[in-house]
Design a protein around this ligand. Structure first.
Ligand code: SF4
Length: 208
């Protein structure tokens, strides 16, 4: 893998990558990221305006009645688990963090429903802190096809990506890889014939 060529290609394709989940503060991004598990950012963005209007802060969410909360989040899937995670997360924010979202990895991953991916999203996009590399389904797939990892477990893929890219670029590269996975390098039908990264991509795991 020619890392410099890959980086140049990503910067040309996505010069100003941004988090695709709509949010106006740490609380909203934390909630939206929990909801995005096994769903899409587009779908999450459709439900969050009404959700945040009804539950505008951790205190309101901590007092939510599950059946009522589920009405707001049903369309994102896994709604029973996500409702329990959201109420548990909000309750812990209120009880242990004065209703504020913590800015440390260890405190974030101690919250219900929050693993490293969600914690990394919040740390990078709210606190501007690169403590790790976001690894979602798009990044896992791209990292393998681009030959940046041979691992399949998220934490091992994250470790490989952290050693591949400079720390200051972790947030930028994660946004770019997610965008490329969504727009070009589809899970089932990667559009290699129109991919700007074709010349630098070993296309690991793809036969044609
Ligand atoms: S060349 Fe194909 S496999 Fe490689 S990044 Fe592009 S679409 Fe994905």
């Amino acid at each position: 893998m020619n890392l410099e060529a890959l980086s140049t290609g990503l910067d040309r394709l996505y010069p100003n990558p941004q988090c695709a989940l709509d949010h106006k503060d740490a609380y909203e991004l934390l909630v939206a990221t929990i909801l995005s598990a096994q769903s899409t950012d587009v779908r999450v963005n459709l439900v969050t305006p009404a959700l945040f209007s009804r539950y505008p802060d951790p205190t309101a969410l901590s007092r939510a009645v599950p059946a009522e909360l589920i009405v707001f989040i049903r369309s994102v899937g896994l709604f029973n688990n996500k409702a329990a995670a959201l109420i548990g997360m909000a309750s812990q924010l209120v009880e242990s963090h004065a209703g504020l979202v913590p800015d440390r990895m260890d405190a974030l991953i101690a919250l219900p429903g929050v693993a490293r991916k969600t914690a990394n999203v919040v740390l990078q996009n709210i606190w501007n802190r690169n403590e790790g590399f976001v690894v979602d389904t798009h990044i896992s797939r791209l990292a393998q096809r681009l030959g940046l990892t041979t691992e399949t477990k998220a934490e091992r893929i994250e470790r490989d990506l952290m050693s591949t890219f400079a720390v200051a670029l972790w947030a930028r590269r994660s946004h770019q890889l997610i965008l490329h996975g969504r727009e070009v390098c589809d899970a089932r039908r990667p559009a290699c014939d129109r991919c700007a990264l074709f010349d630098v991509c070993p296309r690991v795991g793809l036969s044609t």
